[in-house]
Design a protein around this ligand. Sequence first.
Ligand code: BYC
Ligand code: FE
Ligand code: FE
Length: 478
Amino acid sequence: MSQVDYTTLIPNNVDLSSDARLQRAMEQWYPKYLDWWNDMGPNGFQGFDVYLRTAVGVDSEGWAKFGYVKMPEYRWGILLAPQVENRKIAFGEHIGEPVWHEVPGEYRAMIRRLCVIQGDTEPASVEQQRYLGETAPSLYDMRNVFQVNVEEGRHLWAMVYMLQKYFGRDGREEAEGLLQRRSGDKDRPRILGAFNEKTPDWVSFFMFTTFTDRDGKMQLESLAQSGFDPLSRTCRFMLTEEGHHMFVGRTGVERIIQRTCQALNENGITDPGDIDKARSLGVVDLPTIQKKINFHYSVTLDLFGAEISTNAANSFNAGIKGRFNEAKIDDDHQLKSDTYPVAQIIDGAVKTQEVPALTAINTRLADDFIGDCESVMKRWNRVFTEQNVDFQLRLPHRAFHRAVGEFSEVRIDPNGNLVTEEEWQLKKNHWLPSNDDLEYILSLMEQEVRPGKFANWIAPPRAGINGQVGDFEYVKLN
Ligand code: BYC
Ligand code: FE
Ligand code: FE
């Protein structure tokens, strides 16, 4: 079934009505979800019509429709990508065996843990972004953050479906827990580090959707390889939605860079590193953009877990979590004797060493992520060339500012050199946003809600959403 049934309370393409127990569990969870959404979703905008896309099918062509919706009335539902006939497990100990349609008992705890961790990130990001509507630089951008939010809400549904359908009572308890933890809360924080950071301004939001949603892409791609077929199918459809989130981030930063370059050029400022002059024009200075990259990129690298991980080896062996593009990799897909290069601290310096590939699954995924980020940097740097501004942005070294894994106990500069604690303290405000930088960015955040108008610090997008013209009213505020 590829069309989604919208005639029922919970839209779905999983024939929900044929499973009375599951349907009841989901229907009981729905009002609790709505309470959470109303408490923790976009603050102050729940009553307005927003031009949103909703999935109507799961085929790659024409899967979504656009229209005005009040966010609490969004049709969140359960959507799985179509089943692939005769699919076989593609890696690990069970390679070549038919995929599982029920949870294999021996991997129950592992799959449940992965679903909970994945599920926890989705509502966390909505909580992190809940005040952004109040400072949206345009109706276009406001609509985009709301679109991302409702879809992250749906990603929560995707994982709650997995928990409720396959994990009985435990799954029900986990589904409740996903609505109870809160981003940044002292007592009940979200599980992973980056999801407890603040997203207080739009530069942070665009960096988050560039880097952290891209971790989402990488992790979902790995889970989409899963031998547990329902997990694979649910993640494959989530990836369809993910593309827009990363688009919002990448183009958001691109538009900031473009606007800053224009302002520098129009005012004859030849030193692109001159923070004060850029700030006097009310745009985001380029050194601060670099520091924001350093922060969000490093915090996101932590989401890949430790460079060397037995958890990752176990879930690969089990056939539960694969590698990015597993099918396209030319090896035995079991990694019995392969090695993989991993950066580590050796004799007081960052050096690369071959380790058993099975233990380096997290590093490999991080490498694929880094490659993806490099192409984003190329896109951003192209703006400087186009605008004739002598400046380049770059990714810091992977060991810089890490809180998880090999580099969490040492201080490393953006070039990958070990530095002393004194040096770190002295220079950290050159490498990471300082309080002044953050305050300056916050000072720029003023809401612009006239259709077709944009705040001074950001350029308009190249095109509207779903082909809409420039002054389209993406959010109807009255
Ligand atoms: N913060 O062996 P290790 C997204 C824990 S984003 C706190 O390296 P593993 C989205 C770890 O849990 C994608 N704790 O772990 C984006 C473990 O603890 P236990 C989210 C951390 O399993 C934007 C211990 O340290 N999805 O979708 O190899 C908006 C040992 O670590 C952290 C997933 O992550 C951390 N950063 O790797 C909305 C996929 N890192 O169990 C949404 C599911 C590690 O020993 N998760 N720890 O007590 C996984 O695949 C893995 O759990 C991880 C960690 C890759 C996260
Ligand atoms: Fe998501
Ligand atoms: Fe996302």
